[in-house]
Design a protein around this ligand. Sequence first.
Ligand code: ADP
Length: 244
Amino acid sequence: MTDIILESITKSYDSGSRLFRRRKFSQIWALQDIDLKVSSGEFVCIVGPSGCGKSTLLKIIAGLEKPTSGEIQRPENIAMVFQSAGLLPWLTVEENVSLPLKMKGLSAKEARKQADFYLHLVGLQKFLQKLPRELSGGQRQRVGIARALSVKPDVLLLDEPFASLDTITVDDLHADLLEIWSQFKPTVIMVSHSIEEAISLSDRVIVMTENTIKKSIPIIFSRPRQVSQVGFVVAVTKIKDLIR
Ligand code: ADP
């Protein structure tokens, strides 16, 4: 598997209203001077204030956005999980996960078999024939994770996947995500709004401010991690100080 390497990445967007044709468009710099290496199999979390470029960085790594300048090297097989699972409401859970597999060329039977395997892995074996609206928020997010995993990605990107869920559900999903990661060892890059979440899950926390990477902080204490663990609160304070 390949490492992800970003060199001197910048991303700008035009801003300004098209109603005023003569108005000069100004540029918003969503990302500036991004240099980042994420090793194959590493679990990295990105934190930072709203608007600092976290989602843009993830989209560039996913190939959903093109950088304005800079070089990027990444594996081909990348899957992404968004904040809202993005399921198709008229398809069952099983069909939602099978669809990308069929689009990749698997037969309907093979796609269903593979979908069922990953839905079982995230504890949804009893929900295969349900529609997304019949699931809780946490279950829908599990379907999103199963769908992303089912294509056997080298890289799993997650954009605040647990932001709208209650803490008990989030704790369960954290445990599942770590279990899946240790079993399949994809490279994981996750944007998080929670410093505590980033520290409990990742090998390294990337702190972004003002549209660039301010610091990369390795988290070396053993998993499973607890807030009561030596070093946890110190790490939280260190990151909060960097963001302030
Ligand atoms: P974050 O995920 O950290 O909240 P984003 O990556 O979403 O930040 O956005 C970074 C900056 O780029 C913000 O100023 C945002 O308004 C701007 N931006 C993001 N996407 C677009 C877009 N499609 N068009 C114009 N500006 C954008």
